[in-house]
Write a protein that binds this ligand. Sequence first.
Ligand code: NAD
Length: 361
Amino acid sequence: MNYKVAVIPGDGIGPEIIAEARKVLDKTGEKYGHTFEYQELLMGGCSIDAYGEPLTDETLEKARASDSVLLGAVGGDVGKSGWYELPPDKRPEAGLLKIRKGLGLYANIRPAVLFDELSGACPLKEDITNGGFDFVVMRELTGGLYFGERKTIEENGVLKAIDTLTYDENEIRRIAKWGFDVAMKRNKRVCSVDKANVLDSSRLWRKVVKEVSEEYPEVELTDMLVDNCAMQIVRDPKQFDVILTENMFGDILSDEASMVTGSIGMLSSASLGSTKLGLYEPSHGSAPDIAGQDKANPLATILSAAMMLRYSFDLGKEADAIEDAVKQVLKEGYRTVDIMDNGKTLVGTKQMGDLVTAHIK
Ligand code: NAD
């Protein structure tokens, strides 16, 4: 098959890490009989320099016309770059909001994978992390408390702030379906996280998720209260496969989950909507402090490309091949500077990309 991939290298280390992900994708395509046709697009600071805005409507159209989008990172050094003297809606990161909205992306997946080889970077005790762990946090992205009505009023001389948390059943149903679809491609377990002992929105969440689960008899569904989930992630992260949750709970739990994996250079992510088109990107930023120095860890971007194969193109075997290659390279002791440890071999961005490419089986 031929897949049209819109590639947005962005700023800082973006172009360096995207170049390595492309090498890995090309080798995977060669081995498995696919071609990836790339269209490079500008977004972020480089688009401001070229067109005066962080994401033009034409660029967004081109991204929408692709099969999927692979993004590096955008933004510069806030203190040094002139981009941050512009109004907020003209700054590099405004491009991110515009593309997520423009592509109708409402589901975010953040994997929390602790590779056994990197367990030293994990702040949890060894008996908890032995053998590593591998789960994803699936977060609703466009509803709930962050998008509800809000205001601050004064009542009898006292300031009062009001935020509203609303979800309708359709918003819950569509993210729940993604949660179960993703579980079907993993270990077939969904843990739906809410606060149903207090919140009405959580009670509706629980009801709708249960209804959707009936369409997926192979997937085991459990419910967990969010406060308990926050504890369980540090007590026994191995118990999870897919954590499915609403926007604010997902915001907090996905950051907690990233922290227990150790390194920012390893964290991939995906945002999905109603079609197969997704936006795949590392969770880290453009790291201007190390840009252009061949120091950036390209693995988060390479693992994001693997997610693109799995979730947008249904190429599970090919995604496994990339993830296995990453594991093998780590097992052989190669490390970029951010994950470097005693007795390991230090490599740069390009060499890490070459090693993963060479290990695609
Ligand atoms: P950052 O994630 O870019 O960097 C934080 C620290 O982690 C830095 O020390 C950096 O060198 C290191 N780091 C990050 N990625 C790395 C990698 N792949 N390999 C090795 N080390 C890595 O966060 P920041 O410094 O707060 O932000 C820098 C710029 O990135 C800002 O302009 C910010 O707005 C932007 N940003 C963009 C995105 C995005 O594009 N999605 C996300 C976060 C931040």
